[in-house]
Design a protein around this ligand. Structure first.
Ligand code: C2E
Ligand code: CA
Ligand code: CA
Length: 686
């Protein structure tokens, strides 16, 4: 709530001796205005509860109020009860307590009410009794204003409540025409209405209540509820009007509306208002929603206090308001989340507009005591062009914001691009890979594996895809897509075929040379994986005993039976099983021990870091000592320097692989470099 608004409300309340309350049914939260606290004579930090509020009522009224309130909560029926209370300071006061229901759509969400201190009026009525004017006493004891007019339309009775409402003293108004209480244009037409009624006896207003505008002695008009009944008087037919001033009720309703639609701290519209705004937006126009988040806002609260955090949030809200002007719509959500709806009719270029917004918002903010806060911001942007998208624009902007936060600070992410980029590139890779497989655009490169004497005794087969532009696409970019789309099957078959071809050729030159081939879990778990592989190698007369299959630890947490059966079957042909990336997965050592595993390949992250990071070094040496006991062959992959190579050998690693000894390269050049008898190169075409 803005400061000026709050001031206005408080002064209205204080002048009229009126307080307001609001009870939120869902949260069981009761709020009192400060004027209400003053009536009850409780401290301003007093926290009201429904049960304790009832105890202020004097005995005769407590039950009545309780029942009425219960009825409002359950049925929405409004009440207005005159009652007496004993304040916190022990003073007895007379009040009018009212309760009404607040609906959101069809749902009753809260009750609220007005509480008026009428002690002075009651005392006055008591005094009047002493003067014996019973009619006047009766009229004055009514909460509603009562105005009686005679057949000529002149005022004959004007009760105490009417005096309060219209700000006239009885003695000044008795005998005056009723039109005096009506603003134009009603005033002009009233005589004609009255004449018509006397003639036809037909009137819209008699017998029913309605809301009209009244006029006070000071010329101000106000909303009031009036119900009129005709009476037969000594000089013909007159009318009794019962009047209720709706000013405060309306103001409090507006005020409470405001509370539920605006952010308390910054005065910006809240999330409810944002949703309303988006629901009412013109669905034929483009709308862009930006979710804005402060980075590390919590730090400000923690480093200083919440008041300092509030200063920052208010400053940011002010900047957003300045940026918004009359054209866009800014809102504040919970915590440090802000929203901005951009109306495209007022901007030329969305991207520019957002970049401007970013640089405007992220300027340092002056806090209390000359502190300066250098803030960082992330934004998620989502646009819509039709109704369907409008409904989940908030979710889209939030998704984009999430991506922006993942990227870092002062980042902007666009939902459309995000989604489109992901879908397009995945789809593109899938279709291109399909074509590449058909055109044999995949190549199998070899990376050397050396023994403790640094002699190349084996190689790992690593697939490469030559893109249309001649650039090689690394396997990390397409293997997972091949796995998801099933393309891993033809890809795996292609690699197996090439591996068999290469192994057969190399073994003619070096009979003990082995090749290691990566096999994805999807391939491995396929029925007939082993027989097919065996058939493929047989067709090239390749020695299966010189083949190593690299599988990952994840495979070992799956269905044990199938995995064990396949490993055993492969073992019968002399095929060796290597556990790749060892140390990164959820190793189940027990399972590894139970299976005929030949080799553990320690993941490159531990090898790379073994000289600089104690944890990696310990892990490396622990794995090596364990493997020695278990008789596994140990491979260290990712060896990038001589120091690391020596360190690994000192620990007892058997085989080394890494850039220090050579990157993966095409078959021809690999054989030239790493295998003797160079003429063998011609035998395999790539
Ligand atoms: P991987 O099996 O762990 O293969 C080792 C990766 O580490 C290779 O990347 C290799 O080039 C890289 N590397 C080797 N030495 C070093 C080094 O000293 N330092 C660093 N930083 N990296 C080194 P590449 O070729 O990009 O392969 C990535 C992954 O793609 C492989 O990881 C493997 O999981 C998968 N992959 C490759 N070829 C195939 C295949 O034919 N079939 C299947 N299913 N997956 C494959
Ligand atoms: Ca591997
Ligand atoms: Ca690896």
């Amino acid at each position: 709530m803005s400061i000026s608004y709050e001031k206005l409300m408080t002064s209205i309340e204080e002048t009229a001796l009126i307080g307001g309350w609001w009870y939120d049914i869902a949260s069981d939260n009761l709020e009192w205005t400060s004027a209400l606290r003053a009536i009850y004579e409780v401290e301003q930090d007093y926290e009201p509860r429904i049960e304790s509020a009832i105890t202020f009522y004097n005995e005769a009224y407590a039950e009545q109020i309780k029942d009425a309130l219960q009825l409002t909560v359950t049925t929405g029926k409004a009440y207005k009860i005159k009652a007496s209370i004993t304040t916190a300071k022990g003073n007895v006061k007379w009040v009018f307590a009212s309760g009404m229901a607040n609906y959101e759509g069809n749902r009753l969400t809260a009750t609220y009410g007005v509480f008026q201190d009428i002690t002075a009026d009651v005392i006055r009525a008591e005094n009047l009794i002493k003067t014996n004017d019973i009619t006047q006493i009766t009229l004055d004891s009514l909460v509603e204003g009562v105005v009686v007019i005679n057949a000529a339309g002149k005022i004959t009775k004007f009760n105490q409540a009417s005096e309060n409402i219209f700000k006239y003293h009885r003695r000044d108004i008795i005998g005056k025409p009723i039109e005096i209480l009506m603003p134009e244009p009603h005033r002009n037409h009233h005589q004609a209405y009255l004449a018509n009624y006397h003639e036809t006896k037909v009137a819209n207003i008699v017998g029913i209540g309605r809301e009209v505008i009244g006029l006070k002695s000071d010329g101000t008009s106000f909303p009031m509820h009036i119900s009129i009944n005709s009476i037969d008087g000594p000089s013909g037919q007159g009318f009794v009007g019962t009047i209720r001033d709706l000013t405060e009720e309306k103001q409090i309703k507006t005020q409470l509306d405001r509370l539920s639609h605006y952010d308390n701290l910054t005065g910006l519209p809240n999330r409810v208002s944002l949703i309303n705004y988006l629901q009412k937006a013109d669905s034929t126009k483009v709308i862009t929603l930006i979710a804005i988040n402060l980075h590390d806002f919590k730090k400000i609260n923690l480093a200083y206090d919440f008041a300092e955090g509030d200063v920052v949030l208010k400053a940011l809200a002010q900047r957003l308001t300045d940026f918004t002007g009359l054209h866009h719509f800014a809102a504040k959500d919970i915590a440090d989340r802000f929203w901005l709806v951009i109306d495209h009719s007022y901007i030329k270029d969305l991207e520019n507009c957002i970049i401007e917004l970013m640089s405007f918002l992220k300027q340092a903010i002056n806090g209390d005591k000359n502190r300066r806060h250098h803030i960082s911001i992330c934004m998620g942007v989502a646009s819509s062009q039709n109704n369907d998208m409008l409904s989940n624009l908030i979710t889209r902007a939030e998704t984009a914001l999430f991506s922006a936060k993942q990227k870092g600070i002062n980042e902007i992410c666009y939902f459309e691009n995000l989604l489109a980029e992901q879908i397009i590139s995945k789809y593109q890779i899938e279709t291109d890979l399909r074509v590449a497989l058909g055109e044999q655009a995949l190549e199998c490169w070899l990376q050397p594996k050396v023994n403790q004497d640094f002699k190349t005794i084996a190689a790992e087969v690593l697939v490469r895809w030559k893109g249309k532009d001649g650039q090689y696409i690394p396997p990390d970019e397409f293997i997972h897509i091949a796995e998801k789309t099933g393309l891993i099957m033809p890809l795996g078959a292609y690699v197996a075929n090439k591996t068999a071809q290469m192994l057969a050729q190399i073994n003619k030159l070096k009979p003990d040379f082995t090749l290691a081939m990566n096999v994805s879990p999807i391939q491995f778990l396929q029925a007939n994986f082993a027989p097919k592989l065996v058939a493929c190698f047989d067709s090239h007369q390749a020695n299966l005993a010189n083949l190593t299959i690299e599988i990952t630890e994840t495979l070992l947490i799956g269905d044990v039976k199938i995995v064990t059966d396949t490993i055993n079957e492969l073992g019968r042909y002399g095929i060796r099983i290597s556990i790749d990336d060892f140390g990164t997965g959820h190793s189940n050592l027990k399972r590894i021990i139970d299976m005929p595993i030949f080799e553990l390949k320690i993941d490159k992250q531990f090898v790379n870091n073994c000289l600089i990071d104690k944890k990696s070094e310990h892990l490396l040496s622990a794995i090596v000592s364990m493997s020695k006991v278990m008789d596994y062959s140990i491979v260290a992959e990712g060896v990038e320097s001589l120091e690391i190579a020596k360190h690994c050998i000192n620990l007892g690693v058997d085989i080394l692989q890494g850039y220090y000894f050579g990157k993966a390269e095409p078959y021809r050049s690999f054989v030239k470099k790493h295998v003797e008898n160079v003429h063998a190169v011609e035998l395999v075409s790539q």
